[in-house]
Design a protein around this ligand. Structure first.
Ligand code: PHE
Length: 485
């Protein structure tokens, strides 16, 4: 019998992944998402590439990877969703369960706006195949993005479609929904990316892009940028909110967690670097600016597509890829929220997924109405409320010029606060809160990396907490390494 046909071992009646490959693809699918393709290239561009990328790689290896192993360990050991897992591994009413709660809340917050951004990518697939970008001037393309993101009804429409597809996949369950989805989405994604990458190798900007990303220059890097690299390593690896605990809980207790975590981290990193080596050659070839910001994917790229031969096809392929990547991440976010109701409240999968999915859909509507242009006198009331008025209100908290619209606030709160605090809690829990014997057995079982055990524990005990605390203090403004720059 091949690995794929092996029936899942039923430990305590819990459904498990069908195969090791299924778990790796699903977890890598969760990790690879808008964070890799939309966010990583633009923050790399803003921070001048080079050294920033090197620091990011160090953060993945020294902070991200140890936390990922810790999360998968917690899930596999407890065979429960995050809230229950912390209780199962400590005491029933343990305060550690608070980290699980924070994760469930994080799933609601992140997915509600993630789905809106993914919806824009869906709209861009539609635009690429219907009207395309050729014949449009860069200004027109810039205005186009403003009108898509700024339109509450377009954004809401695609948000509903994207959430609908996410709900449909998660309703199918672990093997028939998530695992099967990942087995189609992940290879398709890698295939499309490689095709685009080979195309970009032929562009004249490829050499410049390569030097920009890989030669360790420190032109624009600040301490703030280095800390941004750390924060991003959480988001991109789906850490700090229980996604990997949840996926780990569908692993059999015999599964090797160390080498799978290493594989997932490498896949995630390769995709992030590939995304840079697709975006920057295009940007450099058409004389664009790498530090353009969040519009890089939605503005600079369509400008490039409008000018290149075969741009209509490449553009459509690229946005399809972005939607696939977002989808395999959004299903993990919905699964975290649903697993709580399935495991702890004993709801049926159908009831749990529909309830959480629809709640998240509703929670996302203000995000969809938050990107309108404040200068527009005809801006609908809802757009004004969740956009400019929200910005003014939050300026009172964050200071002049630092306000956020609804979508920006949810992004800020989740990636800058919830994930790092959750990650810190997870590291401390595994380093100090669980029994040493269970931890050692868990790390070593079936692993060829058993000799790295103490290295892992030391990273969790010392390096990870110090690094995360530095980020938190920096965010609060107590630790200001860039002062005077
Ligand atoms: N890792 C995903 C990305 O890079 C986002 C995500 C964060 C998914 C947290 C699940 C949990 O886009």
């Amino acid at each position: 019998m091949s690995e794929l046909e092996t029936p899942p071992p039923a430990e305590g009646g819990r459904t498990h992944w069908n195969s090791r490959l299924g778990f790796i693809l699903a977890a890598a699918g969760s990790a690879v998402g808008l964070g890799n393709i939309w966010k990583f290239p633009y923050i790399t561009g803003e921070n001048g590439g080079g050294l920033f990328v090197l620091i990011y790689l160090a953060c993945i290896a020294l902070v991200g990877l140890p936390i990922m192993i810790a999360e998968v360990f917690i899930g596999r050991e407890a065979q429960r969703s995050p809230v229950g897992a912390f209780q199962a591994l400590s005491k029933p009413r343990s305060p550690w369960a608070g980290i699980g709660w924070l994760g469930v809340l994080g799933a609601f917050v992140i997915l509600s706006y993630y789905s809106v951004v993914a919806g824009w990518a869906m709209h861009y697939v539609w635009l690429s195949v219907t009207e395309g970008f050729s014949g449009k001037t860069p200004d027109e393309i810039g205005a186009l993005f403003g009108s898509v993101a700024g339109s509450g009804s377009i954004s809401t429409g695609w948000h509903v479609v994207f959430m609908g597809v996410t709900i449909a996949i998660v309703l199918g369950g672990i093997q028939k929904g998530i695992e099967r989805g990942a087995k189609i989405l992940m290879p398709a994604l890698l295939g499309i990316m490689l095709l685009l990458f080979f195309y970009c190798m032929t562009l004249e900007g490829f050499g410049d892009a390569f030097r920009f990303v890989f030669s360790p220059h420190a032109d624009k890097l600040t301490a703030g940028g280095a800390l941004e690299a750390l924060g991003h390593s959480f988001f991109t690896l789906s850490l700090g909110m229980g996604a990997m605990i949840t996926y780990g809980s569908y692993l059999s207790k015999k599964a090797d967690i160390v080498s799978t975590s290493i594989t997932i981290s490498i896949l995630d990193t390769v995709v992030a670097l590939l995304a840079c080596m697709i975006l920057f050659p295009i940007v450099f070839s058409v004389g664009g600016e790498p530090g353009e910001g969040p519009g890089l994917v939605f503005i600079a790229l369509p400008v490039a597509f409008s000018q290149m031969a075969g741009g209509a096809f490449i553009g459509a392929a690229f946005f399809v890829l972005l939607v696939f990547a977002a989808l395999s991440s959004s299903i993990s976010l919905l699964e975290v929220a649903s697993a709580y109701f399935i495991d702890e409240r004993k709801w049926s999968r159908k009831k749990a997924v529909l309830f959480t999915g629809i709640s998240i859909l509703l929670l996302g509507i203000p995000s969809a109405w938050s990107q309108g242009n404040a200068e527009n006198p005809d801006l609908p009331g809802a757009s004004r409320l969740f956009g400019p008025s929200m910005k003014k209100l939050t300026e009172k908290v964050f200071g002049e010029g630092k306000g956020h619209d609804w979508l920006g606030l949810f992004d800020y709160l989740s990636s800058n606060w919830m994930l790092p605090i959750g990650g810190l809690g997870i590291a401390l829990f595994v380093a100090w809160g669980v029994g040493g014997e269970a931890r050692e057995r868990g790390f070593k079982s079936g692993s060829k990396f058993a000799s790295l055990y103490w290295g892992w524990v030391s990273l969790l005990r010392y390096i990870v907490p110090v690094a995360i605390l530095a980020v938190i203090l920096y965010k609060i403004g107590i630790f200001t390494p860039d002062a005077g720059k």
